[in-house]
Ligand binder design. Structure first.
Ligand code: SER
Length: 309
């Protein structure tokens, strides 16, 4: 395919797996982040980049003749509630600066992830459809919804091709860092280390989750299709499986672990209660012809195997 790709926020939960998949198919990949990578940890070129620095983003686009940007710089839901205004500044700033720096350059397409955090009690949480009422409760959700409006604006005016998926909780062997769905990764980690786990969510809290590799295939498929196939100017729902802390721990223990859990809900419970139990992603599956590979058990099994303790 040979795209020339810039990944912003490449050292977070998602970057590494995207880099691997993109390199594997022969793309040029330039990773960037505000943090510096551990020595010898990068499989591609790396450049220090603050996603709020529009001039530097533009300089990099021009220097490397970038054709696609994956913009993963964001403060997640739980961390974002500790300092909502900074969350707004970072999440919106990172989107707007990247879009602005890309206009009238070699950049053809931008990927920017949205989230299930755009939904709320008014959205029909038993199984949320793609386009429903949205009154997000977290600042993170507010920035994702505002970002969806921004992308629609640029797409509809034909000024930039911006594509987006509302990611559910992502299960990965990399640390998520500050989300409400982080318990899925933390439980796997503790099970592998044979440590007990204190769960911040009630045991029956059902949320949609997905294996990181399914996130990558869905996203790369979306980025690869002709624009005509995309029937929305905004973001797509994406689902894979649904689980709760109790169900997830049973799945983990069915793999031969003996994870012990204490439930101690905190402010994250209220956030989780405002999010969907399931998402209807029929629009994405129809437009993109995608299906997940990993079910709940296969996800737990694959990720726990990859965890380094
Ligand atoms: N995983 C994210 C979070 O919990 C949702 O997009 O904040």
């Amino acid at each position: 395919m040979n795209n020339r790709i810039l990944i912003i926020g490449a050292l977070g939960q998602l970057g590494g797996v995207f880099i691997e998949a993109l390199l594997k198919r022969g793309d040029f990949v330039l990773a960037s982040d505000i943090n510096t990578p551990k020595k010898d940890n990068m499989k591609c070129e790396f450049v220090f980049l603050d996603a709020l620095n529009e001039r530097k983003i533009k300089k990099i686009i021009l220097k490397y003749n970038i054709s696609q940007i994956y913009n993963f710089a964001a403060v997640l839901s739980a961390k974002g509630e500790k300092d909502p205004m900074t969350t707004w500044d970072i999440n919106m700033g990172a989107l707007l600066k990247v879009v602005k720096a890309s206009l009238n350059t070699s950049v053809q397409t931008i990927f920017w992830p949205s989230s299930i955090a755009v939904f709320s009690k008014h959205s029909g949480l038993a199984c949320v459809k793609n386009d429903v009422t949205m009154f997000p409760n977290t600042m993170y959700g507010i920035t994702k919804l505002a970002g969806e409006k921004i992308m629609s604006y640029y797409n509809e005016k034909g000024l930039m091709d911006i594509r987006s998926i509302r990611y559910p909780g992502v299960v990965s062997s990399t640390e998520p860092g500050g989300g409400t769905t982080d318990y899925v990764v933390e439980m796997l980690q503790n099970a592998k280390e044979n440590k007990p786990y204190t769960c911040p969510l009630r045991k029956d809290t059902v949320l949609p989750m997905i294996h990181i590799k399914d996130v990558v295939t869905a996203t790369l498929e979306l980025m690869g299709v002709e624009k005509e196939k995309i029937s929305t100017s905004g973001a797509y729902n994406l689902g894979s499986f649904e689980t709760s802390p109790e169900k997830w721990s049973n799945t983990i223990n069915s793999l031969g672990y003996s994870l012990k859990i204490t439930y101690k809900e905190d402010f994250r419970q209220k956030i989780a209660d405002s999010w969907p139990k399931k998402v209807d992603d029929s629009l994405f599956r129809r437009d993109i012809a995608w299906e997940p590979i990993y079910d709940e058990r296969a996800t737990a099994e694959d990720i726990i195997e990859q965890l380094v303790i």
